[in-house]
Ligand binder design. Structure first.
Ligand code: SAM
Length: 294
């Protein structure tokens, strides 16, 4: 019957006891809203025995609920003042298990993680893992790309981030938020917006609202061809959002004739704005430019 860490009273008690100053430069905004935290755990579908990687446990608000849901949690953290707090404040026994059996703190920048080496002996990496995190917002996109590139079998990534970034991840063609980030992620993962969380759910309160996104590996791979080339084409197509496709393509295909021929061959209207194009269109353009350069 302990009061959860994810509650204003318990968080205030921890803050007072350890003189915690939330570090802005580390993106520290602690969740003090049990409903929101349990919403994240539910969105991730964490069940007994699930292997969960958490980024940034902070003082343990989300960690505690992940453990209570039966997750086996490995958490990356960089703030050296937190191990003592987590050791004292997380429950010592969880669902009858000693904490050491189901929780491992890895004091390391998650961007420098070597997941196989770090998790060896704690996780069985022949089995899938889930990532669940209230991310440090200042490095949201590098963390997402690092995870996407990681050689791990993910069931899902359930990530809380700034609402605007969540909207960009989920955006569909025709919307303002649609752009290179939407395309880079959606060619690898499905994106679902699970819940929105207002700034009042945090301590200290951030200026922005937040949202939780669930990313899952696509059932069918999207073949983009040469990934580097594809990313470059997408980036350049969006270099000036308000200009036409033909205009943006100048950087890649300098001769007007060539551009017109390329787009006509793909049945694409050169006057369209980049945000009107489906992912499949960018794949076609990237492939065609590759062919042209052969
Ligand atoms: N999970 C806690 C919660 O929900 O209350 C804290 C979330 S807070 C938004 C982000 C956490 O990420 C902080 O604890 C911060 O110290 C940690 N962090 C910041 N940069 C990090 C990095 N490069 N690698 C791992 N953790 C980091």
């Amino acid at each position: 019957n302990r009061i959860p860490i994810a509650s204003p009273v318990r968080t205030a008690a921890i803050v007072n006891r350890y003189y915690v100053h939330a570090k802005k430069n580390l993106g520290q905004n602690f969740l003090v809203d049990l409903d929101a935290v349990q919403g994240i755990v539910r969105a991730a579908g964490v069940q007994a025995g699930d292997q969960v990687i958490e980024v940034g446990p902070g003082i343990g608000s989300l960690t505690e609920q992940l453990l209570l849901a039966g997750g086996k949690v490995a958490a990356y953290e960089v703030d050296q003042t937190l191990p003592e707090i987590l050791a004292n404040e997380l429950p010592e026994k969880i669902n009858g298990q000693d904490r050491d059996e189901c929780f491992k703190l890895i004091m390391k920048d998650v961007l420098k993680a070597d997941f196989h080496a770090d998790l060896d002996g704690f996780f069985d990496l022949t089995k899938p893992v889930k990532v669940v995190a209230n991310l440090p917002y200042y490095i949201t996109t590098p963390i997402i790309f690092n995870l996407l590139e990681a050689d791990l079998d993910f069931t899902s990534l359930t990530l809380m981030m700034q609402k605007e970034v969540a909207e960009r991840l989920a955006a569909q063609p025709g919307s303002k938020a649609y752009g290179p980030l939407s395309i880079a992620v959606q060619t690898r993962m499905s994106v679902d917006l699970a819940l929105e969380v207002g700034h009042g759910s945090f301590m200290p309160q951030p200026k922005v609202d937040s949202a939780v996104v669930v990313l899952r590996p696509l059932k069918e791979q999207v073949e983009v061809g040469d990934r580097k080339q594809f990313d470059r084409v997408v980036k350049l197509c969006f270099a000036q959002r308000r200009k036409t496709l033909a205009n943006n393509l100048k950087a890649l295909v300098p001769a007007k004739e060539d551009r017109e021929k390329l787009l006509a061959g793909l049945d694409l209207d050169p006057r369209q704005r980049p945000e009107q194009l489906a992912i499949a269109d960018f794949i076609k353009i990237s492939r065609a430019i590759n062919e042209m350069n052969k």
